[in-house]
Structure formats: structure tokens, C-alpha cells
Design a binder for this molecule. Structure first.
Ligand SMILES: C[S@@+](CC[C@H](N)C(=O)[O-])C[C@H]1O[C@@H](n2cnc3c(N)ncnc32)[C@H](O)[C@@H]1O
Length: 305
């Protein structure tokens, strides 16, 4: 997919994201979100006082917000190529419209670099060169990346299939838009046709709540004013989500790609540690953890009685 299209898809997403939904994974189960939080907090706890931290592909600032809540002494900066990003606390510096492959910072500007589900979307070798350049000599990094066999990918691929079907010429959205364009939106034939398409789509994608949600949106829009503009906006939002899932499909790291990334980040003095992140109670992998700071074993319980 062309770079411009990917950037537009993320800009669209972040410009519409509700203020409090920090992440690009709004439906993430609580157990997974808590596990991620624990990984980040353990890393933040190891950082020197007042360290300058750069978060790559920051989006809604999920990592920065967590860092600020846990370590208010850190100096936080986020970059992302999306042209619009949700607002964060005034003390956090954001650089929207900035590619990770070409960072606007001097050499050695940061003691810490982080990324959550972002560096794998880039031209990885160019992004790593930039990480090497802007990180101080003994600096720390932690990257959480999509795992090719992970639950996030597993859940999103069937959604992409359903999205493609609703966007096809015989699909729900196209049919509704045609009916409005031809001024046939109120005819019984239009509603019957849409009902038939909805049933067939739902039968093909029984686990995808998206089909019912879209059908409800379409029915609501068609019954009200400005149907054409609203349907076109809805189609655009669905197309953009499809593009983000396609970008995810391309970005995910197989074991081979994860090893290549870790090796490229390694230096003699500081090897990169590559680990699979598992969410407690879930057998499928969740993500990769790549860092020059090994993960500490959870602290032994201290008996205070
Ligand atoms: C899956 S989202 C993750 C956002 C955030 N880190 C989080 O955990 O919620 C990926 C982010 O990386 C950004 N991104 C992808 N490729 C990029 C690139 N080459 N340069 C800068 N940002 C990029 C996207 O705009 C998007 O905000």
C-alpha cells in the first residue's frame, strides 16, 4: 500500500479518536492491557532520573501517558507521521507529520527510546539507523511489536474480510450509496435488497459485529437527512480501517523478522533481548518484546507479617 495512503489512514483514525481512547487497540481485553502496563512500568522504573524519552509512532500517546503517570520526572517526546494527533498534557512534546525514518533530532538527543506497535510498520533498517543516531551511547530502548501469530492479528484478519465484502460492488455500502444516488432510498425494493445483502453477509461472517453495526448505521443514515454525504463518510471510515488492518498484516513480525530486527539493534556492548510476550492465561503469543534491558523476573513476594 502506498505510504501516503497509510499516513492518511492513521491521520483519519487519530483525528476521530475520542480524547480518552489513548491506544490504537480500543477493544484490548483488560488482562492484556494490564500486562502491557506492567511491562512498561518495569522498564520505566529502571530509567535514570529526568531522562529524555522519545516514543516512536506514538499515536494517541499510550506509552507517554503511562510514562507520565508512573515517572513524572521523565522528559517526554512523541513522534508520528499522522498529521493530526490527539492532544496530550502540555508538558509532552509531540511531533506529528514526522517519519520515523527521518527524525528531526540531533545525534544523542535521548537517553530512552520506546515504541509500542509502531516500529514494525516502518522501513525498519532506516528507522533503526535513526534509533542508533538519536539514542545516547548507553541509552535504553524497549519496543513492543506485533507477533505474526498473535491474537491481535488473528482477530483482525477476519474483520478485514468482512470489511472488503461490505465495500464490494454487491456489498451493503455500495448498494446503499447507489440507491441514494438514484433517489430510490425509500422504495420497498431497496430495503428488501439491503436486507438480503445483510443476511448473506452476516451468514458469511457470523463472528463479525461490524456487519450488524454497519447495517444499523446505514439504516439510520438512510432514514435521515444528508444521506449521501453521511454514507460517503461512513464508507471512507470503513475503507480507512481496512487500510490500517492491511498495514498491520504487512507489519507483523514473524520470528525471522523479529530476529533480524533484534540483531540490527544489537551492539557488542549492548545485545538486544528478544522475547515473546504472553498474556497470562492465553496460549497464543501476544507480542514481541525487544530491548537492551532484559526483563526482570517478577519480584519475590515480601512477607511483612
Ligand atoms: C498501531 S499504531 C500504535 C500507536 C501507539 N504507539 C499505541 O500503542 O497506541 C501505529 C502508529 O505508528 C505510526 N506510524 C506507522 N509508520 C510510521 C512511520 N514510518 N513513521 C512515523 N509513524 C509511523 C502510525 O501513524 C500509528 O500512529
Amino acid at each position: 500500500m502506498p505510504l501516503k495512503q497509510e499516513m492518511n489512514a492513521w491521520t483519519h483514525y487519530w483525528s476521530k479518536a475520542p480524547a480518552m481512547s489513548r491506544g490504537c487497540l480500543p477493544g484490548l481485553p483488560e488482562v492484556a492491557a494490564n500486562h502491557l502496563q506492567e511491562i512498561w512500568r518495569q522498564f520505566f522504573a529502571s530509567l535514570p532520573l529526568g531522562a529524555r524519552l522519545l516514543d516512536l509512532g506514538t499515536g494517541g500517546g499510550a506509552v507517554l501517558v503511562e510514562a507520565q503517570a508512573f515517572r513524572s520526572d521523565l522528559l517526554l517526546t512523541g513522534v508520528d507521521y499522522a498529521a493530526v494527533l490527539p492532544e496530550l498534557d502540555k508538558t509532552i512534546t509531540l511531533h506529528p507529520g514526522t517519519r520515523l525514518e527521518n527524525l528531526p533530532f540531533d545525534d544523542g538527543s535521548f537517553e530512552v527510546i520506546t515504541s509500542q506497535f509502531a516500529i514494525e510498520y516502518t522501513n525498519i533498517s532506516a528507522a533503526i539507523q535513526e534509533v542508533d543516531r538519536v539514542l545516547t551511547f548507553a541509552g535504553s530502548y524497549l519496543f513492543i511489536c506485533h507477533h505474526a501469530d498473535g491474537v491481535i492479528v488473528r482477530d483482525n484478519l477476519p474483520r478485514l474480510k468482512a470489511i472488503r465484502e461490505t465495500l464490494s460492488p454487491a456489498g451493503l455500502l455500495y448498494t446503499a450509496i447507489q440507491a441514494v444516488r438514484q433517489r430510490k432510498k425509500f422504495t420497498p425494493e431497496t430495503w428488501q435488497r439491503l436486507a438480503r445483502i445483510f443476511t448473506a453477509t452476516q451468514l458469511k461472517h457470523p463472528d463479525q459485529s461490524l456487519v450488524k453495526e454497519l447495517a444499523d448505521d446505514i439504516a439510520r443514515i438512510m432514514a435521515g437527512p444528508d444521506s449521501l454525504e453521511k454514507l460517503l463518510a461512513l464508507r471512507q471510515a470503513v475503507e480507512m480501517e481496512g487500510q490500517r488492518i492491511m498495514a498491520l498484516k504487512k507489519a507483523v513480525l514473524t520470528e525471522n523478522r523479529a530476529r533480524i530486527l533484534a540483531e540490527a539493534l544489537s551492539s557488542k556492548q549492548q545485545p538486544a533481548h528478544l522475547e515473546i510476550v504472553h498474556v497470562p492465561g492465553v496460549s497464543a503469543p501476544f507480542a514481541w518484546r525487544i530491548s537492551n534491558r532484559p526483563r526482570m523476573a517478577p519480584p519475590a513476594e515480601i512477607n511483612t507479617t
